[in-house]
Design a protein around this ligand. Structure first.
Ligand SMILES: [Zn+2]
Length: 49
């Protein structure tokens, strides 16, 4: 089973990537080209998504 897959956010429709963490929980991450820092960042828009 793959530990990651691309999808669209169901809340805002943004293109995101899901990663399976070491704790077994999935995290939505913003693509580097969509973040200010240019790195993978948690997609939550301040808790909205
Ligand atoms: Zn979103």
């Amino acid at each position: 089973m793959a530990g990651k897959y691309p999808r669209s956010c169901i809340n805002c429709g943004a293109r995101i990537h899901m990663f399976l963490g070491h704790d077994g929980r999935w995290r939505a991450m913003d693509y580097p080209e969509n973040t200010v820092s240019g790195r993978w960042e948690i997609h939550n828009k301040g808790g909205v998504c």
